[in-house]
Design a protein around this ligand. Sequence first.
Ligand SMILES: Cc1ncc(COP(=O)(O)O)c(C=O)c1O
Length: 412
Amino acid sequence: MERRKFLKKSSALVGLPYVATPHNPSFVKKNSNQINWKAVSKEFSYDNKYVNLNSGSAGVISKTTLNFLNQCSQEMGYTSPYQGWDAWQPLIKQNKQQLADLVGVNKDEIALVRNTTEAINLLLQGYPFKANDAIVAANHDYPYVLNTLEQLSKNKNTQTNIISIDWQSCTKATLIEQYKNSLTKNTKLLVLTYIPHSVGLILPVKEITAIAHQNGTEVLLDAAHAFAHIPHNLKELNCDYYATSLHKWLSAPYGNGLLYIKKDKVEKIEPVISSYKNEKDSMQKFEHLGTRAFQNIAAIQPALDFLLKIGLERKLKRLQTLTKYWINRLPEIKNAQLMSNIHAFNFGGMACFKIKDRSSKKIVETLMKEYKIIAKSTGLPNGDSAIRISTNVFILEKHLDQLVDALKEIAG
Ligand SMILES: Cc1ncc(COP(=O)(O)O)c(C=O)c1O
């Protein structure tokens, strides 16, 4: 019997859910088409023990997603991993299509990898750099990305030019100017972060990409925080390479990421992990990562379904409302200072602040220990530190009131 037919038949025997489609409960109000945010929040509240304000690190998985993931894990646990992989192909293809649709590209232009770090490394390590080629990045880029650039300069003799942005004074125009001035005739690649992890602001990446292209420089967009957070279309942004994680703002199971490469550039990026000869111009060459948690890829589906039911535009508006809500209450906290300039840049569900002369790390520890509130202490590009708050669709105003009340007590 043909291998595929055999697997399909045997998967039907063991009950692998290769055609299963998980359904989230309805949280759209009948008649008004409005979202019931309390019902959304309930889908994520397991024991009401913690308020999770750190979706920037990784989102909370919804109950429907977790149930489906558990079901897939069990089935993979008592069959072999590749049986699951083959059996779930229709579902995985559908996931890929919907992921590609969300950023306006074709499903053959993306590879499903495990996270942004991996996607960026596949790209940077496989890029045909020559000695003395220059790469521009910024000090607000993610530390692991900057580490990879440092390794490249050691191993391939590339030159890295890291620009420093003064986030307290910069505007969109000065930021664009600074990127522009950093480009030289040797600059082959610009590594650009869509939403830096510390300040959480949305950078004008379309404008910066256009300037880079005028200089003959390609652009790798680190969109770890952009996917399923802010609407964007890769054809419009016109970036050459794009990397993101799906376990942050999409709330997909951990270990899901995506790499996009412009069609005509796929061939020039070497796969640094084993691949087939006939896959030179196929994104599949980046997906051969050995045996992996295939159930995690299948279980992207309920997370996608959840997002599509809410709608990305509506999600962003809600997250902006929540960010504005806690920022408006910030003056009630003694010596609190907003560190994200939301007046100069667009923003979504992430911003940071600090309390003058107090350790952000200690405050975050106290929030967790004494108030069961999860926030993130983050290093700022200028060496200072701040407290980053990420709101997601499961956060309600009452959770932010809890945060402000706790901070008022901590700040004294
Ligand atoms: C801007 C940015 N890039 C890359 C990453 C790495 O993401 P991951 O750990 O999912 O690979 C992060 C993680 O927070 C990030 O903030």
